[in-house]
Design a protein around this ligand. Structure first.
Ligand code: VGL
Ligand code: ZN
Length: 233
C-alpha cells in the first residue's frame, strides 16, 4: 500500500514562457501553482531542455527549412523548432520564481545534436537514458507526479515513458501548458495520457488530500487558494 511519490517539473524555462522562443500560452501561470505543491513532496526533480547551438531540432540548422517543418533526423521524424533552450543562454534558465531550494536534482536533456529528447527519461529514439529512471529507483519511487511545459511534447512523452517504466503516473493538469502547434493538441495529449493509464489530478486536489491526511498541519500557504480551474473528482 505504501507509495513513494516524486514530483517531476518539466522544462519550466524562459523559452517556453510567453514571449520566449517557443512559448506556451500561460506558461508562466504554472510557476506559483507548482510552488504551492512542491512542499507536499520529499523528492522534487526539475528538467531542463538543454540544447547545443547546432542541435538538429532547430530549423536554423536545416537550410531552407522553417519552424514547424518536419524532417528526417538520423532516421527519426523530427519537427523543427525555433532555436530554444540553448545551453547557458537566458532562455534555458529555470524561471527565477520557481522555488529552487525545494528542487533536489535537475535533469538536462536534448544535449546530443543528433537526436531530440522530449521525454525526461530517454531520447526520442530510446537509445540513451537520462539517468532519471535510476535516480528514482534508487530512492524507491513508486509514483511520479508530472507537470510543466509543454503538455503536448515533453510532458506527454515523459508520461508515456513513466507509464512504460511501471511508475504509477499522475499528471497535475493545472500545472501544465502546451504549445498547441495544431489546435486540440493539448486535449489530445490529455486524452492519450488518460487512455494510457495516467491519473489526471490538480493542484487543488493534491492540497486537499494532503491537508486531509495531515490534519495537524495547516495547508502550505493557507490564505492563497486562488487557483481552481479543475473541479473534477
Ligand atoms: C519541448 C519542443 C521542443 C518541450 C522541447 O519542452 O515540450 N518542445 N523542445
Ligand atoms: Zn527542445
Amino acid at each position: 500500500m505504501h507509495m513513494t511519490p516524486a514530483l517531476i517539473l518539466v522544462d519550466i524555462q524562459y523559452d517556453f514562457m510567453p514571449g520566449g522562443a517557443l512559448p506556451t500560452r500561460g506558461g508562466d501561470e504554472v510557476v506559483p501553482i507548482l510552488n504551492r505543491v512542491m512542499p507536499l513532496f520529499d523528492l522534487v526533480v526539475a528538467t531542463q531542455d538543454w540544447h547545443p547551438r547546432n542541435h538538429g531540432s532547430f530549423a536554423s540548422n536545416h537550410p531552407g527549412k522553417k519552424p514547424g517543418d518536419v524532417v528526417d533526423l538520423n532516421g527519426l521524424e523530427q519537427i523543427l523548432w525555433p532555436d530554444h533552450c540553448v545551453q547557458d543562454s537566458p532562455g534555458a534558465e529555470l524561471h527565477r520564481d520557481l522555488d529552487r531550494a525545494r528542487i533536489d536534482t535537475v535533469v538536462r536533456k536534448g544535449t546530443d545534436p543528433a537526436i531530440d529528447s522530449y521525454s525526461t527519461f530517454f531520447d526520442n529514439g530510446r537509445l540513451k537514458s537520462t539517468g532519471l529512471e535510476d535516480f528514482l529507483r534508487e530512492r524507491g519511487v513508486t509514483d511520479v507526479f508530472v507537470a510543466g511545459l509543454a503538455t503536448d511534447y515533453c510532458v506527454l512523452w515523459s508520461v508515456r515513458d513513466a507509464i512504460d517504466l511501471g511508475f504509477t503516473t499522475h499528471v497535475i493538469r493545472d500545472g501544465c501548458r502546451g504549445v498547441e502547434l495544431k489546435r486540440g493538441d493539448i486535449d489530445r495529449a490529455f486524452d492519450e495520457m488518460t487512455l494510457l493509464g495516467a491519473k489526471i489530478t490538480s493542484s487543488d486536489e493534491l492540497l486537499r488530500v494532503s491537508a486531509g491526511s495531515r490534519p495537524s498541519s495547516a495547508s502550505p500557504q493557507g490564505s492563497d487558494s486562488g487557483h481552481s480551474d479543475d473541479r473534477r473528482r
